[in-house]
Design a binder for this molecule. Structure first.
Ligand code: GTR
Length: 352
């Protein structure tokens, strides 16, 4: 028995040898993570739309517009919506006006999209240097995670209330719901001509880094997936934790509602899990995967984030991709700040 479940062994025991086999292995990994970790995601809604609530054309000293949108879609129990802030860079003054914005006097520049799932509703916030991201030529969509559903055990508010629960251990947890919102935001934004949705990035920090990874695993439209300090049940292996690292027991005790109930079966015995977090990282292949850690963030177990990011390279090898996984370790503590963004933006820019 291998130390960790093998990425390259089908559930029936046969070997995954090539790129085509990997395409059949992928749904097995998704199924395992759905049933045992994050819960089963509802069907994609048929139609997703949005309403533009307001537009600020003086944002970032005129370098961008800030649109406040409401993303809307049908669920099992009726219409659901959540707010999103969308920054779109404007074209230089007097540039040809391909995508005129409603305010006139400026035009929107077609821009690759970064979708950030964030901790707060503020349109300017300490987790993202908005102007710098805009100046690098990116549009930025920001979702306030708790406007989707609250970060607690209450399954009766927001998106949590919109689908019937089966109570069989596989009902989705809050991470699954936040991840679902990221994909629905992308559904809505995909229709906008001024967004380059061939070059979409999903990004999140910490619990929202876990969320960005789970969203990227399920939604292959994200060409870049960034996990910042996602740690336990994110980018870090759960077996053989390093001293100070958060364990499955810790996380299912403090935050059981982030996951499906089945995960709790493994609280005292992570070794018996039918997966480890290389499943989650491998599901990003062959796209670009960026994993960031911070030296002092021992709770997230940087060494195990690095080992896991390196450990999945053989999946990218099937595609002949040698430079698509980017690991970065910076000094300091648990945070998504400017140095992290600069690292990610420069990597993404090189691969647009
Ligand atoms: C911690 C949690 C981590 C991490 C972090 C965060 O308390 O144990 O798994 O997600 O919260 O999201 O800031």
């Amino acid at each position: 028995m291998e130390f960790r479940p093998s990425l390259f062994t089908f559930d029936d025991g046969s070997a995954v040898m090539c790129k085509n086999c990997w395409k059949r292995r992928r749904p097995e990994l998704l199924d395992t993570l759905s049933r045992e970790a994050f819960g089963i995601t509802p069907e994609k809604p048929e139609k997703v739309g949005f309403t533009e609530l307001s537009e600020d054309d003086k944002c970032a000293s005129g370098h961008a517009v800030l649109k406040r949108l409401s993303v809307e879609f049908e669920t099992e129990k009726g219409l659901f919506s959540f707010p999103m802030n969308l920054f779109v860079p404007t074209a230089p003054f007097n540039a040809p006006s391909e995508y005129p914005a409603s305010g006139a006097g400026f035009t929107l520049k077609r821009s690759p999209l970064i979708l950030l799932i964030n901790f707060r509703p503020d349109a300017y916030d300490m987790y993202y240097p908005a102007e710098e991201i805009i100046d690098h030529g990116f549009a930025l969509g920001v979702i306030d995670y708790q406007a989707v559903t609250t970060d607690d055990a209450d399954m009766t508010n927001g998106l949590a209330a919109m689908y019937t629960r089966r109570n069989d251990g596989t009902d989705w947890g809050k991470i699954g719901m936040w991840a679902f919102a990221m994909s629905r935001a992308l559904d809505a934004l995909e229709t906008l001509p001024y967004l380059d949705t061939e070059n979409v990035t999903f990004i999140g920090h910490s619990r929202l880094g876990k969320t960005a990874l789970w969203a990227g695993a399920q939604d292959e439209r994200a060409r870049f997936v960034v996990s910042n300090d996602s740690g336990c049940m994110g980018a870090a292996y759960e077996r053989a934790k390093n001293p100070g690292g958060e364990t499955v027991k810790d996380i299912t005790t403090a935050f059981p509602f982030w996951f499906c109930d089945n995960l709790r079966k493994y609280a005292d015995d992570a070794e018996s899990m039918p997966f480890d977090m290389h499943y989650l990282l491998a599901l990003q292949a062959p796209r670009y995967l960026l994993v960031g850690s911070a030296e002092e963030d021992l709770w997230a177990d940087p060494a195990n984030e690095k080992a896991c990011a390196e450990g999945v390279q053989p999946v990218w090898d099937l595609y002949g991709e040698k430079e698509s996984i980017h690991y970065h370790l910076r000094t300091g503590v648990h945070f998504l700040g400017r140095p992290d963004w600069i690292e990610y933006l420069s990597f993404i820019e090189k691969h647009l």
